[in-house]
Each structure stands twice: as C-alpha cells, then as structure tokens.
Design a protein around this ligand. Structure first.
Ligand code: NAP
Length: 276
C-alpha cells in the first residue's frame, strides 16, 4: 500500500518492514533518525512505548496515548523544524515527531465505507482491547449519542466506560447490550479471524435485526461470520480494510505533505491482502 502510494507520487523512497524487539525500540528510532529516514510506522506494542520516546507529539498522539506514525524533521537555517523530505542535504539536528492516524481512520471508515456519521448516533461497540478502547474514546469525542460497550472481560468494559465518563462527561456510555435499536454495531474483538468463530455477541441478548449497519474491524477474512450474518439480516456492512487504508494514507500525507493517492493504495492493499 505505501510503496504503491510512494510510486504514484513519483518519490524515490522505499517502505520497508523491520522486526524490532520492544526493548530495542529507542535505539531503532535513534538509528532511523541517524540514517536520515523520512519516517516510520509503528504497531503494537511499539506505538504505546513510542509515546515516551519521540521528541514531540501532535494532539492526536497525546489524546489517544499512542504514536503509530513518526515524521523525522530537520532544523533549517531559520531554526524551523521541517519534514525530512524538504532537505537536499542532511540537517545537523533531527527530531522525531509522533502522530496518531488510527483514531481518525476508524471514524472515516464508518463514515465513508458504512455511511454512518457517529455524531448523534447510537452505537454498540464489541471489544475493549486496544482497538476497542481507541474506537470508544474517539466515538465519544465525536459526540456519539449513546455508546453501548460489551466485552468478554466485563471489568475492562467497566474501566473503559469510566475513562470515557471522566474524559468526555457529556457522553452517554452504558456497559451492556441496548434494549432497542442502534444505528451501528462495531466489532473490535478478534472473534471472526477464524472461520469457525462464533458471533462476537450474545445472540440471546442482541439480534442483528436491531441494527442498520455493521462494521467489522477484521479485514482478513474479507467476510467474517458476523458480516455474513449481518448481510443476511439486511444490514449495510463494511470490513476493516478501510480502517487500515485510511491510517496508512494519512501517514503518507504526514510524511509528504501531499494528498495520498487513495485508489492506488486501496488497489495495492486489496492485491496484497486478498490476491485480487
Ligand atoms: P486486543 O487488544 O488483543 O483485544 C482483543 C479483543 O477481542 C478484546 O476485547 C478481547 O476480549 C476480545 N476477544 C478475544 N478473544 C475473544 C473471544 N474468544 N471471545 C470474545 N472476545 C474475545 O486486540 P486489538 O488490537 O484491540 O484488535 C482487536 C481486533 O481489531 C482484531 O481482530 C484486529 O485484527 C482488529 N484490528 C483491525 C485494525 C484495522 O486496521 N482494520 C486495526 C487494529 C485492530 P477480552 O478483553 O475479554 O480479552
């Protein structure tokens, strides 16, 4: 996805994957900085650890407590910090600027792929792990009308609900299933990764006939048991590919300062993930 986007923008860059032990993350970021890298993406657990390693953070990285994108910046002659791509000669001083593109990608995917604008909506969120927590906080910050939280480990849903009430006192958050209709169900559990997985909710306590739309963060398989059942129940559906695409596209925009070539990146992602 990133290399396709980079090629489309005509940049002589390469996006590579490296496996770094969490204990070595600080040295890895320092090494990338010393080698005049343009930037980095980080995934779990590195994106949580990097919060205390980067030199400066943008608002989203601070709000969501995670850095999934780093842009290296050099100091120019006027004492300004500018993206590395603007330098023809390596600057003497370089800093690591941390960003977070995950949270916006969730609501963008709901909006563009599912047709659900969270503000004023009633949403059932399944899962309170890393992705579920970010989704819950982002939905609350985007003025969702009512948020229902369900998690296998009830205590985690309770703690998350408490965190939301403290950070977004106006948000109406309930742990447990809604008793009437919702606008969307969002699956942030890992149930559905395996074809034999059960649905990620208790069928005695909730039915897909009570929602208009279902988003599954899982993108492989493309159609999870949840999405199959939701389609059969007549719901609008979307899988997590858009979420992956939008967080990556935003990272490319942060590094380049240019709009990401979204359709090229989507096509590359589909080819890599689904072989189509
Ligand atoms: P995580 O922190 O490990 O959380 C996993 C979540 O799934 C927890 O809520 C966990 O409940 C629940 N869960 C796991 N096994 C379960 C089971 N057998 N029955 C019921 N609930 C179960 O993982 P994460 O990073 O939040 O990721 C969650 C999902 O989102 C994964 O499927 C991942 O692939 C997907 N994801 C997609 C994207 C994307 O770009 N599309 C990005 C991030 C994540 P407990 O709290 O009870 O353990």
């Amino acid at each position: 996805m990133q290399n396709a986007g980079i090629a489309e923008l005509g940049l002589n860059w390469r996006y590579l994957a490296f496996e770094v032990h969490p204990d070595d993350l600080r040295q890895a970021i320092a090494g990338a900085k010393a080698m005049n890298y343009i930037g980095l993406n980080l995934t779990i657990p590195h994106k949580l650890l990097a919060v205390d390693i980067v030199d400066v953070k943008d608002g989203a990285a601070t709000t969501w407590g995670a850095v999934n994108t780093i842009r290296f910046e050099g100091e120019n002659g006027a004492g300004e910090w500018r993206p590395m791509m603007e330098f023809t000669e390596a600057p003497r001083q370089i800093r690591a600027h941390g960003f977070n593109t995950d949270a916006d990608a969730i609501t963008r995917a709901l909006r563009e792929d599912l047709g659900v604008e969270p503000a004023g909506k009633r949403v059932l969120l399944l899962g309170a792990g890393g992705a579920g927590r970010t989704a819950a906080l982002k939905l609350a910050s985007d003025n969702v009308a009512e948020l229902y939280l369900v998690n296998r480990t009830q205590n985690k849903a309770d703690l998350l609900a408490e965190e939301i009430r403290q950070r977004y006192p106006k948000a109406r958050v309930v742990t447990g299933y809604p008793t009437d209709k919702v606008d969307a169900v969002l699956n942030a559990t890992s149930l559905g990764l395996q074809p034999t997985d059960s649905l990620p909710f208790d069928e005695q306590r909730f039915s897909l006939t009570r929602t208009a739309a279902v988003y599954d963060m899982i993108y492989r398989p493309a159609e999870t048991p949840l999405l199959r059942a939701a389609k059969a129940a007549g719901c609008r559906i979307a899988n997590g590919l858009g979420m992956l695409l939008y967080q990556g596209a935003k990272a490319l925009e942060i590094w380049t300062g240019q709009p990401a070539p979204l359709s090229t990146m989507r096509r590359a992602l589909e080819q890599n993930v689904y072989g189509i």
